[in-house]
Write a protein that binds this ligand. Sequence first.
Ligand code: ZN
Ligand code: ZN
Length: 215
Amino acid sequence: MSKINHHLTDEMLLSYSAGSLAEAFSLVVATHVSMCDECRARLDAFDAVGGSVLNDCGEAVVGADSLDATLARITAGEDRLPARKTKADAVFPAPLAEYVDGDLDAVKWTRVGGGVRQAILPTSKGATVRLLHIPAGTAVPDHGHNGAEMTLVLKGAFRDEFDRFGPGDVEVANEDLHHTPVAEEGEDCICLAATDAPLRFNAILPRIAQRFVRI
Ligand code: ZN
Ligand code: ZN
């Protein structure tokens, strides 16, 4: 895979580690993490620190060196999980393949206009996650940002007015971001996109998105 340029924020990884992200966003995070060594290492660090904080809530007197020991363990990478393996020609990383119960050919698409197809995946309420199939050279129809949107590229690439997003890249958008994503010529673009329902994550995601796009 080519280099991943657009990553998850620390806030996003922390929320995921704490189990406080809606299922739709969790699926995007888990899928990106399975594609990205850098975010997997950061998530492992948050998981280790979170675990040690929980342990510290007990009666045990914590030695002054416990944080150092935790950080040393993180640095040594001993808690790091190996990347999950999927078939060599699979488009979907393992967390998504488990969700869909198969690869691209298992997806039941519906047309949304302009040649673009989508498949909404079943999740708990609070947020929605869908697969998007955008033909090469095609613009995504106006979908409006009714809150936060997190888009992970699985195959192909798209560009908008601001940047290019290739396989593994994540774009975080909110209602303040007006953009027209267009799939690059040469290859259809397959994305996994999570959007939140009104009220959910309104406090946290716009802040993250602002940091992400530096507005
Ligand atoms: Zn990453
Ligand atoms: Zn968008």
